[in-house]
Design a protein around this ligand. Structure first.
Ligand code: FAD
Length: 514
């Protein structure tokens, strides 16, 4: 939405295709910076990403985060403040408080509502409930539009355009236990890959450490890790604050991957809670601070838990994605006219994204990419698409294929990986492709949509497995039991994949210093 508004402001004719609202309404806090803090913010992001981040992208992010105050004031978004100063929380992975928030609703919800209103006021046509299913290219190889299908009516539309910005979010729902909404399944990554774009850092899936496991009415909701900076604690079944035993300096203020791995170890060692997690205890947060988390507290109360009085059971679940479509500083890709922004783009975060940066990314890179794509679209030629769209014409039901891929990712490419399991997962995935993908039903709309789910999930999962196998070390959210240590000598670089001319995958490691 930010990118669409920016491109339109430059005079480009823009249309927005969207399935739903994605993950953005869930953002409870996002990081902002200022000129004094910019360098520190840059360092925190690099340290969080264990130095795999593309520095030029981090620089743009840290610079852009200093402008968010101006943007929000222009858009009329008013975060919580005291005496005219925005209140800032200390988020996990940050050395300073930078996370702004709203007391009564999630800041991401306010942002989504505001941007939708601005799109409507500025006359940007929005095609809701339309699923992009192919990026179209012309004879020169440049992008010339998108094919979309209305998921309610089945109507197919060709959106002709000189530039396409992929902003389809992460891959969360490809995992069976995830905090992400159903419209975030990595579609854009699969479409960009098929169009020839390079994908980067596909091995890095973030597992949110503190997702509610019980009661069932609250399962999947997130206890924001930022609460740990405000005095909440993590305890095992013996009421011991295990994070302090591991790291007496940082304790619960550790990075998310360290928290997630520690929680899993507590459970494996028999020190977990009844539903396979640990306890998140908010009772030490001062009441006036706790009241700032009213949205999560209300949702918990509705599910029968008063978090101000009793601890909540939490554990890790699949969450954000650090990988994505490889972009240059302006969001362009290796395909002329193809751009990517937000969680669909990769390279900014390296091995781990520090908390509160997902919201920062969409505002900062939304602007950068909208401006670049808008300027490109005004000068490029618009070609006619020269490719068709082939779908299978079989009789198999695709639902089990998508579910099977989710299971493979969960079982073989979860938080703790090893070469054997990754190989097994990849082989099973390839078997599914050979034996099922080309034989699926696509004759009615529901079958066609399920086919898209399966085909896209296959491509993204293949990228995750291949990249995870190639990285024979442990770093950030990629933890290999067979290679438990970091290996800068061989792996200080990004793993890139792209489609080879035979339809397979080329995998290569590009060193940071190359
Ligand atoms: C529960 C939860 C809590 C979070 N909390 C925070 C937080 O406090 N702070 C923070 O910084 N980050 C947080 N995040 C992460 C943050 O929400 C995301 O990183 C960010 O919102 C991604 O924005 P995006 O615009 O890239 O994608 P999204 O907001 O996910 O939007 C993707 C859009 O693409 C559409 N789409 C997908 N596929 C297609 C297709 N094929 N055709 C057409 N449209 C398509 C979707 O419908 C959606 O509109 C949280 C995430 C979750 C799930």
């Amino acid at each position: 939405m930010v990118a669409a508004l920016e491109a339109q402001a430059l005079g480009a004719k823009v249309a927005l295709i969207s399935l739903g609202d994605g993950a953005t309404p869930e953002v409870s806090a996002l990081n902002v910076s200022d000129s004094e803090d910019e360098g520190k913010f840059f360092e925190d992001i690099l340290r969080g990403g264990e130095f795999l981040n593309r520095r030029e992208l981090v620089l743009r992010l840290a610079q852009g985060a200093c402008e968010i105050r101006r943007d929000f004031e222009k858009w009329g978004i008013r975060p919580a403040q005291k005496e005219g100063e925005w209140l800032r929380r200390l988020a996990s992975g940050s050395s300073r408080p930078r996370s702004i928030f709203m007391s009564k609703e999630k800041i991401g919800r306010a942002l989504t509502r505001t941007l939708r209103k601005r799109l409507s006021e500025q006359g940007v046509p929005v095609f809701n409930r339309v699923r992009a299913c192919k990026i179209l290219k012309g004879p020169s190889g440049a992008v010339c539009g998108v094919m979309g299908v209305n998921i309610e009516t089945g109507e197919v539309t060709f959106f002709r355009g000189r530039a396409v910005i992929v902003a389809t979010g992460g891959v969360g729902r490809l995992f069976p236990n995830s905090t992400y909404p159903a419209d975030v399944v990595g579609d854009g990554l699969a479409l960009a890959f098929e169009a020839g774009a390079e994908l980067i850092d596909m091995e890095f899936v973030q597992f949110e450490p503190t997702v509610i496991l019980s009661p069932p009415g609250a399962r999947g909701l997130l206890m924001p890790t930022v609460m740990l900076g405000d005095g909440a604690s993590l305890k095992n079944r013996h009421q011991s604050r295990f994070m302090w035993e591991r790291d007496p300096q940082r304790g619960e203020k550790e990075q998310k991957h360290i928290l997630a791995q520690a929680i899993q170890e507590e459970v494996e060692k028999g020190r977990g809670s009844p539903h396979g997690g640990v306890y998140f205890d908010c009772r030490m947060i001062p009441p006036e601070v706790l009241s700032g988390y009213s949205e999560v507290l209300t949702r918990l109360r509705k599910a029968g838990i008063d978090a101000a009085r009793e601890p909540v059971e939490v554990g890790p679940m699949a969450h954000s994605f650090m990988g994505g479509i490889r972009i240059a500083e302006d969001g362009s890709t290796n395909i002329p006219g193809l751009y990517a922004a937000g969680e669909a783009a990769g390279g900014v975060w390296g091995a781990n994204r520090i908390a509160g940066c997902g919201g920062t990314e969409i505002v900062v890179f939304g602007k950068i990419v909208g401006q670049a794509a808008g300027a490109y679209a005004r000068s490029a030629a618009c070609e006619k698409p020269d490719e068709g769209f082939d779908v299978p014409d079989g009789s198999l039901n695709s639902l089990p294929v998508f579910g099977g891929i989710q299971r493979l990712l969960h079982e073989c490419a979860g938080m703790k990986r090893n070469g054997k399991k990754l190989e097994m997962g990849l082989r099973a995935l390839e078997r599914m492709e050979r034996e099922a993908l080309g034989k699926l039903r696509t004759d009615f709309l529901p079958h066609f949509l399920k086919y898209l789910d399966a085909a896209h999930a296959y491509r993204v999962a293949q990228g995750v497995f291949l990249s995870a196998l190639r990285r024979e070390e442990s770093r950030g959210f990629h933890y290999r039991l067979d290679y438990p240590n970091k290996n800068d000598r061989d792996f200080l670089g990004n793993i890139l994949i792209r489609k080879d001319p035979e339809g397979g995958c080329q995998v290569r490691l590009e060193r940071q210093d190359s």
